[in-house]
Design a protein around this ligand. Structure first.
Ligand code: BV8
Length: 228
């Protein structure tokens, strides 16, 4: 039996649902009658930058009004207490893992509270709107965009994620539908590399059959139970 030392946790929108943040599938993947795949893309941004900026401005404001839930808090306890390797790879762009106290967090799809300047490529902590085209604090260009990874764009820190998967003894997926790649493929990578795989999700997901074990329920119930 391999000693359980190194854990990779993947989280998705479902872990933030009980904090009051809509998941992509619960909103029917729609926002103001637009498919998320049409809004969360570079093409969508080029086509209608104001629509896309308003989509993210609304979410950036909303995320500052909600609080972490028991699932975020349980992972933060694990992060504080676990003596082995732990990496929380999140698809979420909210900061609820950090606000619960977790530190070993990697935002593979970027963060709402960050603005990216495509001109000087600097990132800035950003809590206000971007729709009114504010100047980049570094280079003063008026081109700041949400610092999130859109469909068709390269997720952040993939090398670091695959390095962690190669070392993992346990891969736990929490609150994700397994609809979006490359994140949806991590369970297969982990399994092929010898890790045990566990899914904690409200419903069965598109990837449930790849997991050694899949438990259905609310993250606020399942995650504290798993961590304890
Ligand atoms: C890439 C940031 C190359 C923005 C997001 C054609 C053209 C171009 C690309 C593609 C293509 N076909 C396929 C692709 C690849 C594409 C893709 O996968 N498309 C899908 C639609 C098929 N992927 C990409 O483009 C990615 N980039 O491929 O680059 C590459 C490849 C490999 C290696 C390097 C480079 C970039 C994808 C990132 C897109 N950006 N977010 C933003 O947030 O606005 S994705 C966004 O949607 C989220 O970040 C998240 O990843 C995804 C939604 O998924 P979930 O988090 O799972 O949320 P969802 O609502 O779907 O599910 C929630 C789950 O929770 C449900 O199962 C539900 O049952 C459960 N739940 C609900 N409540 C609870 C609960 N569980 C527990 N407790 C509860 N209370």
């Amino acid at each position: 039996m391999v000693a359980l030392r190194n854990i990779v946790v993947l989280t998705g929108a479902g872990i933030s649902a009980e904090s009051g943040i809509d998941t992509f599938r619960s909103a029917g993947g729609l926002w103001e009658r637009h498919r998320v795949e049409d809004v969360a893309t570079p093409e969508g941004f080029a086509r209608d930058p104001e629509l896309v900026q308003r989509f993210y401005d609304a979410r950036r404001a909303a995320v500052q009004e909600v609080a972490p839930n028991a699932a975020h808090e349980a992972l933060a306890r694990l992060d504080a207490e676990w003596g082995g390797e732990l990496l929380i790879v999140t698809q979420n762009v909210d900061d609820l893992h950090e606000r619960a106290g977790a530190s070993r967090v990697l935002h593979m799809h970027g963060e709402l509270l960050s603005a990216l300047c495509p001109v000087c490529e600097r990132r800035h902590r950003w809590t206000g709107p971007l729709v009114d085209r504010p100047a980049c604090p570094t280079c003063e260009a008026h081109s700041l965009r949400p610092d999130v990874v859109w469909f068709g764009e390269m997720p952040y820190q993939m090398d670091r994620i695959y390095a962690a998967l190669r070392q993992a003894n346990l891969f736990v997926s929490i609150g994700t539908s397994g609809a979006v790649y490359p994140a949806a493929g991590f369970v297969r990578d982990a399994r092929d590399l010898g890790a045990r795989t566990l899914e904690l999700n409200l419903d069965r997901s598109e990837g449930s059959h790849w997991f050694h074990e899949s438990r259905q329920g609310r993250a606020g119930d399942l995650v504290p139970h798993w961590v304890s």
